[in-house]
Design a protein around this ligand. Structure first.
Ligand SMILES: [Zn+2]
Length: 89
């Protein structure tokens, strides 16, 4: 098999298996820890944004709901939102 560059120490090594990315056990451990760390980081970011995140469609529905309410009250959308903001205070 062709020699590869270790993803951790950048040293050349002869892989024993197809998906071996590191030259030795120590480097494999480091790579594993790095992988877990980045995975956790990405995962946490997802959770943080979950509450706030809405799909464009959901946002549009919310918008049109407000627009309908505004129409009912014979207000422009801007006036309606201004009133809502006043009420929220
Ligand atoms: Zn290495």
């Amino acid at each position: 098999m062709e020699k590869r560059t270790c993803v951790v120490c950048q040293g050349l090594f002869a892989p024993k298996s197809r998906n071996q990315k590191t030259c030795c056990k120590e480097c494999a451990e480091i790579a594993k820890k790095q992988y877990q760390y980045t995975y956790r980081k990405e995962h946490r970011a997802e959770e943080d944004g979950a509450a706030e995140r809405k799909t464009p469609q959901e946002r549009m529905e919310l918008l049109s709901k407000h627009a309908r309410e505004a129409q009912k009250m014979r207000l422009s959308y801007g006036q309606y939102m201004a009133r809502k903001r006043m009420e929220a205070k």
